[in-house]
Design a protein. Sequence first.
Length: 318
Amino acid sequence: MSKLKLYSLLFFIVFAPFLSAHEFNPAHLVIDEIADNEYQINWMYPIKNIGPRAEIIFPETCSSEAQSPYQQGKYLVEKIDLTCNKSLKGQAIEVTNLSVLTDALVTFTDRNNDVFEGLMNLKEPRLMVPINKQSIPSSYLTLGIDHLISGVDHILFILGLMFLVSGTLNLIKTITAFTVAHSITLGLSVLGLISLPQAAVEAIIALTIVFLALEISENKYYKSTPWLIAFGFGLLHGLGFANALTEIGIANEQLLFSLLFFNLGIEAGQLLMIPVFGVLIWMAHKFNKYNQSATCVSYVLGSMGFFWLINRTIGIIY
């Protein structure tokens, strides 16, 4: 066994459990004002979260009554009735025990159907509900970035594409095609115009990574129309992106803006990855290690792709 194969195997053995352990499933706190200073709340928290379940701390001016949590898909849902001496607007909501891998999206809707959306995480566990109306749901930008960066399968797919594309112009065309494609299916899926089972979509995404690994192992370059394969696979990845939104729900009043900012977040995440991978590929060329690097990448992509494919297929069957 060559050193490259050995290193790739060790990478797979060591990191596979961690790479498959975390899915992008943000928590979601939905607050609806049903009467003056009275609220109905849904606290959706991912079941697969590491550590104890996070808890919401409301202002001292409020009293709450919670029902027993129940499972809904990938989430544990807790319904809470909240009564306050004054409006939640202008007051702070806090979350405790939030894990480093889980963000909490907050959607607040008042009696006038004005919607505010914010984000809490381990670094910023406290959120002030604004008094004035929010015009742009910018929190989805952060969610989009988190989704791309935490989605190791999407990152490996981008890495694989960069090893197959020859030329800067072709790379720009390829990434643009991937962006346009997943934007199309992301929008259509969230709007309810197309629908595929999430488990099947995730399994097919794993298969696209295996395909890229095979192409890299055969030293193929896409010089003429690399954007075609990126566009086709981008349609599939868009369905995977959409699942992150449909699981937690989106405020219908701001649906288009939410989609736009989530998609912009995904693009920002991609733009963060591309220079990093580009520098690594450039260094491989500079030190005459490109062929060895491509072989190593094909082994890593192939092993991880097959691992995810088998794991997700078993999930479909059972």
